[in-house]
Design a binder for this molecule. Structure first.
Ligand SMILES: [Zn+2]
Length: 336
């Protein structure tokens, strides 16, 4: 049976060699893997963006994956106007493009509004529609194209569980696999789009799941967990977006997600100096302690659902393996 038709699939329970694991991705990105739309690339990005949101069994729910998948496509299709499938004479766009368009009409949204700015009600509705339709083909298609090695899945129960060996492999080579994915995705899009929508295409793909407004986190962290001081240098902060920045402890360029366990408040000097560098190990210990406080306050625990100190330390480790060097620290520390 062709991969995309499978109702469920299971990774083999045997030792894989590095060559075999690379060949799963080489196959996906080769010409053997046919694409009638860009969905496989988008689905792989949605999975990679959720790599550190897995539970202790390395499982993601379809709700988690398709929330990111919908956000990626909303921003590429509506905000940037990039087609994801060739337009034939009879076609009025893919189901996904139609579902996104219908939601933007129903909620009277401006054509280029980013996903993060639409109401929770609209987000929920469009994610549900996209999931119910897109899960039919794309989960099995990516499973088949990675030779059944990458994950197990059940469409009925709506979960995807990574093969532990492949999980470690993609953590180790995360940035390389993401770059391959973006390259092949961009090549595919170049065939069916032209004009200004294609300017800065790779940046548009890379940032399609990025949020700009983190003010809700600033408020919560400022009022409850940070003692109103810069996480790095200890300088006094004020509850003001210009003077108090929300910093991704493990850089967002690597982690591709905004979860409370990875967010700290920083003064503009520290935030801008640190930029996309990794902070020194002493701050990792400090963040583990800070996150303990968040977990104790149960009402904020939604973001912490699959968090553990070990996971945070593992993400920090994988970032160093992918080339982030843990060297940055502020020149002057008031209190640490
Ligand atoms: Zn500072």
């Amino acid at each position: 049976m062709a991969g995309y038709k499978l109702p469920e699939g299971y990774y083999p329970n045997r030792q894989l060699s590095d060559d075999e694991m690379w060949s799963a991705f080489s196959n996906l990105f080769s010409s053997h893997s046919k694409n009638s739309s860009s969905y496989k690339f988008g689905f792989l990005k949605a999975i990679m963006d959720n790599l550190y949101n897995v539970d202790h069994n390395l499982t993601l729910t379809f709700d988690q994956i398709f929330a990111t998948f919908t956000e990626i496509y909303w921003n590429l299709v509506l905000k940037h106007g990039i087609r994801q499938q060739p337009l034939s004479e009879r076609s009025t766009g893919t189901y996904l493009e139609q579902a996104l368009g219908a939601a933007s009409i129903k909620y009277a949204l401006a054509a280029d509004i980013p996903f993060e700015s639409i109401s929770d009600e609209a987000k929920l509705e469009v994610c549900k529609k996209v999931k119910s339709r897109c899960k039919t083909n794309v989960v099995g298609a990516l499973f088949g194209d990675t030779k059944g090695l990458f994950y197990s899945f059940s469409k009925k129960e709506e979960w995807l569980q990574f093969n532990p060996q492949m999980y470690e492999f993609v953590c180790k080579h995360k940035l390389a696999i993401e770059k391959l994915n973006y390259y092949e995705w961009a090549r595919y899009l170049e065939k069916i789009n032209d004009g200004a929508v294609m300017d800065h295409l790779l940046t548009k793909i890379d940032k399609s799941s990025e949020r700009e407004n983190l003010s809700i986190y600033r408020r919560i962290l400022f009022e409850e967990f940070e003692n109103e001081t810069c996480f790095y240098c200890g300088k006094k902060l004020s509850n003001d977006g210009k003077k108090t920045h929300v910093d991704h402890f493990v850089p967002r360029a690597f982690i591709k997600d905004d979860k409370m366990w990875n967010l700290v408040l920083a003064c503009p000097t520290c935030n801008l100096q640190k930029n996309d560098k990794l902070a020194a190990g002493i701050f990792l210990d400090k963040l583990v302690d800070r996150n303990k406080k968040i977990i104790l306050a149960n009402d904020r625990a939604k973001d912490m659902r699959n968090y553990s100190a070990d996971n945070l330390r593992a993400v920090y480790h994988w970032a160093t393996v992918n080339g982030y060097e843990s060297v940055w620290q502020p020149k002057k520390i008031v209190v640490v």
